[in-house]
Design a binder for this molecule. Sequence first.
Ligand code: CA
Length: 215
Amino acid sequence: MATILIVEDEIPINELIKRNLQSVGHTCISVFDGKAATQELAQREVDLVLLDIMLPELDGYEVFQQIRGTPTIFLTARSSLSDKVKGLTLGADDYLVKPFEMLELLARVDAVLRRTRKASKEYELDGVKIDFESRRVFLHEQPVECTPKEFDLLEVLVNNRNIALSRDKLLELAWGFDYAGDTRTVDVHIQKLRKKLQMESRIKTVYKMGYRLEV
Ligand code: CA
């Protein structure tokens, strides 16, 4: 997974982000002001920076000017259009307005990592190997036929592993916001994935809620 630098001076928010990113397998480094961010980035390479705009020492824009080239998602409490435009004009990869849902953050992080990282787009668990680039799945080296939606759902589960996802959230993430189908669709696809990939004990049912891929 990825190494992510979290630059956020509000300690509870910084820690919440860190916990959530770590729970899906990322390595996180937390810093609490702009100067510490540039010092950290001078010493090591990271895959992604989550960068608050209102920061002590140097603000997020100043930090961003100095770290050119590292994929960056701006985080800010400001929701004005001009800030959003400024962040994206400077070349940020994405922009999140606080407060945001953690699932929203994880989805954006995955999207940026997917865009910016060409290599290591594989995931392996037990005998299951998933190649995200070619969208192929193998079980004990044997190809498994998955429909496009089964693959999308599997990808969502993997990207949000260890997190309980409601059926509605799964529909939203795998089928899209405007999908009009009902949540039974999710159950049917989950059953198929469990069977095809022998993941009965990995894809857990979360009582009265949805599902979680447990790793
Ligand atoms: Ca701040």
